[in-house]
Design a protein around this ligand. Structure first.
Ligand SMILES: C=C(O[C@H]1C=CC=C(C(=O)O)[C@@H]1O)C(=O)O
Length: 450
């Protein structure tokens, strides 16, 4: 960044009186920044920081300080779309480097069930989208600083941004390692019984329901967030969601995309059907071949796929997918996987798409309404952000939302982990229980000291 020419650009800028914020877009070229350094540098903003990294390394976004945005106590697509437009209309942009292609976006989402509440999730809104004051994208190697115009002092602005970037670069991140003191499964036997009872309720009208449970992990002391942030980078091939709000942190290493939209092209996928991955590649190869032929898993997968296609039909055209699923390989588990592509209709409201697609049958069930009601009534806790849609949305409707699986809620010295399994006719309660144990692994791995 050339200080003089950047400063000149700002001095020459005519401030538009209709927009309260100035968004300064800058390059990170020449700076050696990492996620851990950025988040640590802004530690006084604890409770207002997020990190959202794409599974395919397309973006790596960090947001600091929730300057603006909107929260709602229920989901109303029309209102949300208007609120979104209002927030973006408050921004006037200035690029310190013409070649950077970055704009501000909103990060957030909604709880699994926007009508069910419990104390555990009090810090998170039913629906909430945040405009961060500092936004970094380490994939784009660029950042944005948004400042209120009535606080703006043009002369010092470029120096202030530069000073901040240098400060981040210089900071050395201290990590305090904590150890797991106890692990406590919440109602394991009752959960297996619930699966048994559910098998009696399933029929040709109620095909599938995903039942989840919790594992409570107590650490020996207050969990150091730098430690969590460092551990999150450990496994590639999943998304990383790290979302602070007030005194809670929600963390997910989900493999599951709800959908993304870039240049009006919508990508989504069906992920359903699972087998564990072992340490032995020969066993894995044999299991994978068997998995692709296994009727229970194939059935579970195909109903999920068809339901997703049904959900996006009203908002898209030219839907394309492979008829046969492939296998998605994660570190501890394999899933049956079908990518689905479509073109978004011109008048589509992305909040409508989100509301229609959520919950996918991979986390709710089928039919969706029946399954959602069943979960609300029978599960032993409130899902909150577990299996909820979280992600970002930009002014021009580029967006990416994930389904927040393989996740946990951190408060103080404890973490609550979540995992579920799709229950269909023929499911074995003991095997489903083991499958949920496998699905706790990614978050246990984050918490376990090396
Ligand atoms: C509900 C979860 O996983 C879903 C996603 C993929 C495969 C699943 C399954 O095979 O049951 C689940 O539907 C979870 O990880 O908590």
């Amino acid at each position: 960044m050339n200080v003089q020419s950047s400063q000149q650009l700002i001095e020459d800028l005519t401030l538009d009186s209709n927009t309260p914020y100035l968004a300064v877009v800058f390059s990170l070229d020449g700076f050696n920044l990492s996620e851990a350094k950025i988040l640590d540098y802004f530690k006084e903003h604890k409770g207002e920081r997020y990190w959202f990294k794409s599974k395919e390394n397309v973006f790596n976004k960090i947001g600091i300080g929730y300057l603006d945005g909107f929260t709602r106590s229920n989901f109303d697509s029309g209102t949300l779309d208007e609120l979104k437009t209002t927030v973006f209309q408050k921004l006037q942009y200035i690029k310190l480097d013409e070649s950077i292609d970055m704009k501000a976006d909103l990060f957030g989402g909604m709880r699994f069930d926007d009508k069910k509440s419990s104390d555990e999730w009090m810090d998170f809104d039913m629906v909430g989208f945040h405009l961060a004051r500092w936004q970094f994208d380490l994939e784009k190697n660029a950042g944005i600083f948004i400042i209120e115009k009535d606080e703006l002092e043009k002369q010092g602005l470029v120096r202030y941004i530069l000073h901040t970037l240098e400060g981040i670069e210089r900071s050395s991140v201290k990590v305090r390692i904590s150890s797991i003191k106890s692990e406590h499964e919440i109602f394991p036997e009752e959960w297996k019984n619930l699966v048994k009872e559910t098998l009696n309720v399933l029929d040709s009208d109620f095909l599938k329901v995903v039942l989840s449970r919790q594992l409570l992990v107590r650490m020996d002391e207050h969990i150091d967030l730098n430690f969590i942030i460092n551990r999150l980078l450990d496994e590639a091939g999943t998304y990383i969601v790290y979302f602070e709000r007030k005194n809670s942190v929600f963390v997910s290493k989900t493999p599951e995309k709800l959908f993304n939209v870039f240049n009006n092209k919508l990508l989504t996928n069906a992920i359903a059907g699972s087998i564990p991955r072992t340490q032995d590649y020969r066993v894995n190869d044999a299991n994978k071949a068997e998995f692709l032929r296994d009727e229970k898993n194939l059935f579970e997968h195909i109903v999920v796929r068809d339901s997703i296609i049904e959900d996006i039909k009203a908002y898209t055209h030219d839907i394309m997918y492979d008829y046969k699923p492939s296998i998605m390989e994660n570190r501890y588990i394999y899933h049956l996987y079908t990518p689905i592509e479509a073109v978004l209709n011109e008048d589509a409201n992305l909040f409508d798409v989100l509301y229609q697609m959520h919950p996918t049958p991979a986390v709710g069930g089928l039919p969706k309404n029946l399954a959602q009601e069943y979960i609300k009534e029978h599960e032993f806790y409130t899902r909150g952000l577990y299996a909820a849609p979280l992600g970002f949305i930009s002014e021009n409707n580029d967006a990416e939302f994930v389904v927040a699986l393989r996740s946990m809620l951190i408060k103080g010295s404890s973490a609550t982990l979540f995992a579920g399994a799709g229950i269909v006719e023929g499911s074995d309660p003991e095997l489903e229980y083991v499958e949920t144990t496998t699905k706790f692994r990614p978050m246990l791995n984050v918490l376990e000291a090396l």
